[in-house]
Design a protein around this ligand. Structure first.
Ligand SMILES: [Ca+2]
Ligand SMILES: [Ca+2]
Length: 387
């Protein structure tokens, strides 16, 4: 029986570079990392197996456990000095997908109770990953955080490190709808600009239907109006069929302030023209991968140009479903705050502290064989949260 630890094994206060390069401590955004070698980590049940076989682990190695009945558990525990809502991330390693569980259950014990997130550990993790931490969700903690992984899974599970990142005060809420700025019911193409030679966008049954037919190129449907900063974008996304890959782009603008449709050379759907184009800056977020075995799950937030992966969500926010499936998408862009909700449930939360983009256009991208309808597009003003 291990003693009850409350000591924080490793408390990293991020030193942020603010403004003109002057480094300052930023105690308002603490980050806590608990590794499997730290005092805040413990296991129960059968002995967990230490390993360094698969690269990419945090610290000196990791532990793994065979699938079982859930009686073997790994627990990361951290004292919380600053109560608040924290992003919770986990790391794992994987070199052979057939060795890993596709439904590893992580339980996050917060003041909201126990939240369980099932994670696919067999998904691809790029080695020199820009973002090896996988977001499990945002949870409220007051004095202590506990994250528990059990072996009640379909294959072996990995216990490496978890990270807690302070995001906002406990009483903060998702920015609500303010004044309605723009509305499009997708009855015509007036507000839509389609790019990409291997697909199409058209109005079908009162919705914008985008079809991509290529594995090489994608199709973009840009919403023509430029948006101000501090907006809450909402739309309904109906996925027809099981295949494809959908993304949403936002804050898309020429790096010299040009309009991306009228002020930059024409693009043809080739991915690099959007994400590695030094004349175009934007964020993009993958929101649906439709269960393809060959891709990772989850949602990746990237900042472009350079396709800089800034946050990876471990869980598919739009899991595959039988038949047509409609998701209500909400994207909040408020200064550096970027938040995605699916069916009003927060799934991704990121704060860009490195000169966040503002303004520009938003739009949809699809690639591979996919047909998705978009409708009821609304853009609301939002105000900065109180406090
Ligand atoms: Ca480790
Ligand atoms: Ca409509």
């Amino acid at each position: 029986m291990r003693p009850f630890f409350v000591a924080v094994p490793l408390l990293v206060i991020l030193a942020l570079v603010i403004g003109g390069g002057q480094a300052q401590a930023a105690p308002e955004r603490p980050i806590i990392i608990v590794d499997n070698a730290d005092a805040g980590f413990s296991t129960t049940g059968a002995d967990w197996n230490p390993s360094t076989r698969d690269p990419g682990f945090y610290g000196e190695g990791y532990l793994w456990q065979r699938m079982g009945d859930g009686s073997s558990k790994a627990m990361w525990r951290a004292a919380i000095a600053q109560p608040g809502r924290y992003n919770v991330y986990a790391r794992w390693v994987m070199s052979k997908p057939e060795d890993r569980a596709t439904n590893a259950p992580f339980t996050i014990r917060s003041i909201d109770g126990d939240g369980v997130v099932h994670v696919n550990l067999a998904q691809r993790q790029s080695a020199a990953d820009q973002s090896p931490w996988n977001l499990l969700g945002t949870f409220p903690f007051e004095k202590q955080a506990e994250i528990v992984l059990s072996n009640d899974a379909d294959n072996s599970v990995v216990a490496d490190a978890v990270k807690l990142e302070y995001m906002e005060p406990l009483d903060a809420t998702v920015p609500q709808r303010g004044k309605l700025l723009l509305q499009d019911d997708c009855d015509n193409m007036d507000n839509w600009f389609i790019e990409g030679s291997e697909g199409k966008g058209e109005i079908v049954n009162g919705a914008l239907r985008v079809t991509s037919t290529s594995h090489r190129k994608g199709v973009h449907a840009w919403f023509r109006p430029d948006l101000p900063d501090n907006v809450r974008i909402e739309y309904d996304m109906t996925v027809h069929g099981p295949k494809g890959f959908a993304l949403v782009f936002f804050c898309a603008k020429g790096t010299k302030g040009q309009d991306i449709i009228t002020g930059l050379p024409a693009r043809d759907g080739t991915f690099s023209q959007y994400v590695r184009n030094d004349d175009l800056r934007c964020y993009h977020l993958s929101v649906h991968r439709m269960g393809s075995e060959s891709w990772v799950d989850g949602a990746n937030l990237n900042k472009n140009p350079a396709k800089n992966l800034v946050q990876r969500n471990a869980v598919d926010p739009c899991p595959p479903a039988e038949g047509d499936q409609t998701y209500h998408m909400t994207l909040i862009k408020l200064g550096g705050r970027i938040q995605l909700l699916v069916d009003d449930k927060p799934v991704l939360f990121y704060i860009d502290e490195a000169e966040p983009y503002a303004g520009g256009k938003f739009g949809f991208r699809q690639i591979y064989l996919s047909t998705i309808s978009y409708d009821n597009v609304r853009v609301y003003e939002v105000a900065a949260p109180e406090g």
